[in-house]
Write a protein that binds this ligand. Sequence first.
Ligand SMILES: Nc1ncnc2c1ncn2[C@@H]1O[C@H](COP(=O)(O)OP(=O)(O)O)[C@@H](O)[C@H]1O
Ligand SMILES: [Mg+2]
Length: 438
Amino acid sequence: MEIKLNKKQTRAFDLLNDKKTTTVFYGGSVASGKSWLGCSWLIYSCLTYPGTKYVMGRAVLKTLKETTLQTFLKVAHSMDLKQDKHFTLTSAQDLINPNCIVFSNGSVILLKDLAQVPSDPDYNSLGSLEITGGWIDECAEVPRKAADILMTRMRHKLSENGLIPKLFISSNPTKSWLYYDLWLPYKAGQLSDDKAFIQALPGDNEFIDPAYLAQLHKLEGIDRQRLLLGNWDYSTSEDALISYEAIENIFKASHLPEGDGYISCDVARFGKDRTVICLWSGFRAKIFSYQKQSLEETADQIRHLMNKYNVPPSRVIIDSDGLGAGPVDSLNAVGFVNNGRPQNDENYKNAKSQVYYQLAEKINKFELFIDADVSIQQRIREELEQVRQADMDKDVKKAIISKDKVKEVLGRSPDYSDALAMRMYFDFIPEAWAQIIF
Ligand SMILES: Nc1ncnc2c1ncn2[C@@H]1O[C@H](COP(=O)(O)OP(=O)(O)O)[C@@H](O)[C@H]1O
Ligand SMILES: [Mg+2]
């Protein structure tokens, strides 16, 4: 079997076959040979180790078939492998191996869509899989959870072939979980020994069509930074509502004055996300967060903070969209409806956009301080970076990008920023002030 790879691809290929690295992360630009490498590795592994099983995954199966699978067919062709002789493609209706590439030696590549769906948020559908290894193409489109779960499924024919679990991740630069989990540690020289990152650019791929490369050189702005220059630290300032500098300042601004007490709380939905409670003194916030806590416990905790810090119910705000309605009632607190009407300003799409815009302004003016431990700080940072303007190019009401989009990037719900943003309600609601004064 002859496999032709460029230098960067060869380095990654070696890591994909070593006995130490379990996560190989390759990328940094478009057309750097990511998909070609992934297909080459899977074909090599399937042919070398008969009867092994791999996942070739992408957010959406249809896209996988239209793009990555097409690259697979080209790579197979370049290796003189013939469809229906050396391998077959099965349909979704195939009873034994639906949506698979089945090799004549019994090895199988399962084509999987890995986007998180409401009907299976925990990826139970992957729970029964036993695989040898996996590859997620354009992994930024897939939540971290999918990658984590896939990793736990790797045990099929490993020891008998002297293999270790291998996850191959390929992606263009994005501000996704890959940025925080892999790119930042890589940049700081702190990537753990079982992980490796190979940064590849179009220029590293000698096989690229020169006409296509010339097209890439015409890219401008963020696309040029990401797709041509492979810059993970590209600025999203065009649509981000809060600057990096301002986000960093939040955790340093301990000099900000104390003030009136408020409590804002985002209640977990379906027991999956976190319940986040922010205790405020003016615009200084202390953050409490809980997983898997009952509504009664949440209400008790808020009641405790109200008593201890003398916060009246009229200064307690809880999202009342989901399960929060219960605590709102029992505490007589203010209920926040995300999709409710904006207050005294019809320029916003809804109440949620309004409080987020106000929060962004407050943070950008360096007027907000958050007291939280380091791991929570990191989550808050990630969430605040995703406070972005929706429909930038359209002349419509001010809105932030949807929660679904944020979840897609973060791989989780933005519970901290939701709780923080609600605090702003009290800043522009005259009625609320009136309630507090009288
Ligand atoms: N090892 C290789 N041998 C031959 N052609 C390659 C090789 N690697 C990449 N290419 C060519 O470069 C193009 C871009 O590679 P691809 O893997 O699709 O990039 P990416 O997935 O990073 O966007 C492919 O269409 C293919 O023609
Ligand atoms: Mg590709």
